[in-house]
Each structure stands twice: as C-alpha cells, then as structure tokens.
Design a protein around this ligand. Sequence first.
Ligand SMILES: Cc1ncc(COP(=O)(O)O)c(C=O)c1O
Length: 360
Amino acid sequence: MTVSLDDLPIRDDLRGQKPYGAPQVPLPIALNVNENTHPIPADVAEDIADSVARAITGLNRYPDREFTELRESFAAYLGHNLSAEQIWAGNGSNEVLQHLLQAFAGPGRTAFGFAPTYSMYSLLARGVGSEWIAGTRGARFEITPDDAARQVREADPDVIFLCSPNNPTGTPMSLDVIEAVYEASRGIVIVDEAYHEFASADTPSALTLLPGRERLVISRTMSKAFAFAGARVGYLAADPAVVDALRLVRLPYHLSAVTQAAATAALRHSETMLRTVAEIVEQRDRISATLAALGYDPYESGSNFVLFGGVADPHETWRRLCDQGVLIRDIGIPGHLRVSAGTEEETTAFLDALARLRDE
Ligand SMILES: Cc1ncc(COP(=O)(O)O)c(C=O)c1O
C-alpha cells in the first residue's frame, strides 16, 4: 500500500498544500525561472575555483558563523555607506526571507503581499505557521501609494513583502509606494529587489530609504543578474538590530565554507559578472516589442522577464513550445504566460517557436 501525506501525522495547516513547483524539464532552451542564462566567464570561474579549492583543505572545521568577509564584500558591493553589521546572507534569498518570517512572523501572525507576486512568499509564510494575506493590484498590476497604504492599514500585517520589480508581472515599483507602505504599517517591510539590476538606470534602490527606517529590509540575490543561481546565495541590508534578530533563528554555520569562498570570490569580479545585464535588458525589450507585433499583450517590465497576456490557452501554448524544445512558465494567471530573456540565440529560438505556433 502506498502511503500519502494524508496518512502521516503532518501539521493540519500543511494538509492539502502544494510545494513550490516550477517544472524542471531538461529542454535545450530554458527560459522559465528567470535565471541569467549566460555561463560564468572562464577566467572568473577559474578564480572562484581557486578560492573554493583553498577552502576545501579547511573543511574539517566549521565555517565562520558570521561570514564576516562575505558580509564586508556585500556592504562594499551595495555602497550606500552600508557596513557589514547591516548585512545578512543565506542559501538563496529564499532562506533570507525565511529567516525574516521566522523572526518577525510565525504562528498567530500575518504576512502580506500584493498578488500576483512571487509564489514563495505565501509558501514561506505558511511554512512558519503564519496566515498569508493577499492584497490587490490595478488592471496592469500596478500599485499606487494611496491604495497600497489603505490596504496595508486595513490588513495590519506583521510582515509585508514588496517585490520591486514584481515577479511574475515585471511591474516596477516607485519609492513613493514603499514610503507610503512604511508609514501605514507597524510590521517589517521587506523590499525584494531580486531583479533590481535589470531596472532602468534611473530607478533608485530602496536602499536610499534605509537610514532612519528600522523596520525596512532590502533583500537581494546573486541568482539573477549575478548569474550565480546554482551557488544559492541571497542577502539583505537592514538596521543592525534586524540582523541581530535573524541570528536567533538561523541554524549555526548555515553558510558553508564552500559557499562563502565562492560568493566572496564572485563578488571580486562583480563588474564582469554583471556585464551581461545590458544584453539581457536588450533581449527583454526585443521580446516585448516582438510579442506586441505578434498580437500578444506584454506588460511593462523592469526585470529580466516578460509577462504577456492574450494567450487563448496558456497550458496548450506552453506544451507546444516544450515540443519545440523551449521551456517558459505558465504561472497560473488565466490568459498569460511568462518568459525570461535569454541570450540573443535563445530569445530568437523562443520568438521563432511562438511565431510558428501562430502560423500553424
Ligand atoms: C522575487 C524573487 N525573490 C526571491 C527569489 C529567490 O531567489 P534565490 O533564492 O535564488 O535567491 C526569486 C526567485 O525566482 C524571486 O523571483
């Protein structure tokens, strides 16, 4: 007899829940999880490998629990006069977000975000026993400061997620919205800037709002623009007191010596690692223009992906693109699909495959 989850003494609030599940299908053109599809340049890879090799002889010992050198490197990389005491990091920004929820949400508390937004927020919130509250967006998924403040005041959450720019819609977020939400709330306000590097050059980071706002947290990741998703490194900047709170919930030595060595080495090459951003933005804009010309409805994007509407049967289109070796994402918004910008060749493969579907 096969055992199912329902046969186990699992927590009642986890019964019936679905795990995070972007399909991992081995297709030649994978544009489904907003990675940077450009491989790491060989000379950088070599330097990272040297650093990792040096760390390996010391693996008999636990790593630096405070990952001091890495925090110093992140502070220097982010600028804005940040110091290492204001930096925290984890195995992907998912873990950083989980630490925040463990410390500031938890059973009997609430977490809030403007739907549709990054699907892990609600899963992480439920994972720590918190209730997830979904706010709403306008017709093009935009948020205005007044409406955002009203919704947040009404929900009165313990933790608020502002995804800037938003995944899966690509919608940019202005600093006025963040300021208005901060003023209207009493909880921790997390601005998730996972895709910030792809926003237009004149888009200020929420890091500019940090001084004097002890409940504000800006989360970033090395998984997107930085082309380091496989290494699993995310980080945040906040008041040192917030960072102290996270020490209460993290597992000791949560960042391995190998991860610390690899990330610190990659940050030494940040200029090279980020060199592909301009090309990705160019491909993103090409996707939007071509989708519009094909009669689809692409949304404004400040990230490395495009959400587009006007898809009669998203699942069927997704499946037929798979048949042509192209993997994109059906994020479950009726009539919509999402595609990440790849290299010029990958982007061409997607656009050509989609055009072929229309012509069939
Ligand atoms: C908005 C947003 N935040 C966070 C993450 C998590 O990234 P990671 O855990 O790889 O840092 C993602 C990944 O897709 C994302 O889209």
